[in-house]
Design a protein around this ligand. Sequence first.
Ligand code: AMP
Length: 190
Amino acid sequence: MSLNVVIFGAPGSGKGTQSIMIAEKFGLKHLSTGDLLRAEQEKGSELGQKIAGFTSQGNLVPDALIIDMLANVLDEQPADTGFIFDGFPRTVAQAQALKEMLAKRNKGVSIMLDLMVDEKELVERLLNRGLTSGRADDNEETIQRRIQVYHSKTAPVKDFYKQEGLSTDIAGSGAIDEIFARICAAIETV
Ligand code: AMP
């Protein structure tokens, strides 16, 4: 069975950075819903404008839209592709949908990595990123809202994976390479 990794954590926890490295080392397809949404917004399509209404405020895009988008991407990949899911699932409904989508393809989530970073460090990292990222949502007000949404809507996803016996905590502070080494050690137990 293919390796399917979910990388989890608050905004600014380093999911994107680590996902790129994980994808390369383990030969996985990197699927970032944030990147997919930003690509749609850059097209300036009607759908992109609708999406921007949510992301620019730090709110989640509706589950149905994200789940459809992801199902389309999964369908485009060869059957034996392994994935790293970055920024998805962000709600328990999405976690359930992912389980069903993968089960239909005789697959499942292999491991969920929770990148744990102190809140103060998260805000500092996001404000710093905002200086160069050009992301409309990397400003102080939206950062606070994204962290609030993370606690209310996304944190319960961890319990979902705990119940499945798939959740692993990863200390997310320190050098990028050190964090990556912890992640690799966890993935190698699968
Ligand atoms: P990210 O790049 O993962 O930080 O995502 C940026 C923004 O895109 C988030 O603040 C949400 O508004 C939206 N977004 C990304 N992934 C999801 C998701 N799985 N469900 C709902 N909204 C999402």
